[in-house]
Design a protein around this ligand. Structure first.
Ligand code: DHB
Length: 312
């Protein structure tokens, strides 16, 4: 009777766990594997307008406490993902999937979003404002002026359900400033967090990935406290219509439980999915259900956002 079902943007999902964009989502075959696992849904690899080869390999490395990557936005281009999602709308009309996208420039972002708006796509769009790995292109959401300009322009024509993928913030003033901007727009969700950008992992005397002399986005156990802080900071600040997707450091059911306690309505799995494969969804779901049973919780609503503080 314990359920991990959830809703995002008014769409129902039978499980709150899904992949994080970038992992197990480059090809239709990988997406189908996530779709047919215990995950509630999938999100595509962040699509640009055209196919991209990405950065030179090696560009992703699993390490003991997480992962480091500098993929450089390799992807099959918008049409590849959009065509697959339109096929699934016919074959699986009762399920909803996420399309992740961003342009290589604000102009390209608008071109892509206008194509999605004009298409028959009925799912959820995630605009990625946080890719840290394309040389010369800063993480958009660290530039509040550009972020606000993009959002104001986007919502002039984009009328489908839209959320944004955010980088981690590390300052209370930045949480305040970012939330004040997001609260001006009809966003369905914010997804906290993308990798902690531009870390460096060293083995013996060398970096472990080729691009950018080894600098890359950090995921896994390293980032859970930062991810939870971002989920909860935005849960406290955003208007209730904007939901939170929690991403970062989810290895176990306990980790997913903590994300939900901080306010997440959906929980994404990246590094652990890369290490363990789609079996991770069944395991983490079972672990989450055991915790809920022990605590007498029947649904996520029973504890979502109910993080306890230490009284004065
Ligand atoms: C890539 C990495 C990211 O963290 C992201 O949000 C988008 C793309 C990449 O390197 O491919």
């Amino acid at each position: 009777m314990v359920s991990t079902s959830t809703q995002i943007a008014g769409f129902a999902f039978d499980n709150c766990l899904m992949n994080a964009a970038g992992v197990a989502c480059m090809t239709k075959e990988e997406l189908a594997e996530v779709k047919d696992s215990a995950a509630g849904t999938f999100v595509t690899k962040t699509a640009t307008l055209d196919f991209r080869q990405g950065n030179p390999e090696p560009r992703y490395q699993d390490v003991p406490l997480g992962s480091i990557n500098s993929m450089g936005l390799p992807n099959n281009g918008l049409d590849y993902y959009l065509d697959y999602l339109l096929e699934l709308q016919e074959s699986e009309p009762n399920r909803t999937f996420f399309l992740s996208l961003v342009g290589m420039s604000p102009e390209e972002t608008h071109t892509i979003l206008k194509k999605v708006q004009a298409s028959d796509f009925k799912g959820i769009t995630e605009l990625n404002l946080s890719c840290p790995n394309v040389p010369g292109k800063p993480q958009i959401a660290y530039d509040f002026e550009t972020t606000e300009k993009i959002l104001s322009e986007v919502f002039a024509y984009f009328k489908k359900p839209l959320g944004i993928k955010l980088p981690p913030y590390f300052d209370i003033v930045h949480f305040d400033q970012a939330a004040a901007i997001f609260n001006k727009y009809p966003l369905e969700f914010v997804n906290c967090v993308n990798s902690i950008g531009n870390g460096l992992y060293i083995e013996d005397e060398s970096v472990v990935i080729r691009p950018k002399n080894g600098f890359g986005g950090i995921g896994g156990q390293y980032i859970k406290p930062t991810a939870l802080a971002n989920v909860h900071a935005f849960y406290q600040r955003l208007k209730p219509e904007i939901q939170i997707i929690g991403t970062g450091g989810v290895l176990t059911g306990r980790d997913a439980f903590e994300h939900i306690l901080c306010g997440a309505s959906m929980v994404q799995v990246g590094t652990t999915l890369h290490k363990e494969g789609v079996a991770a969804f069944e395991r983490i779901t079972a672990e989450l259900k055991v915790i809920m049973e022990e605590k007498g919780y029947e649904s996520l609503e029973d504890f979502r956002g109910k993080l306890k503080y230490i009284e004065e």
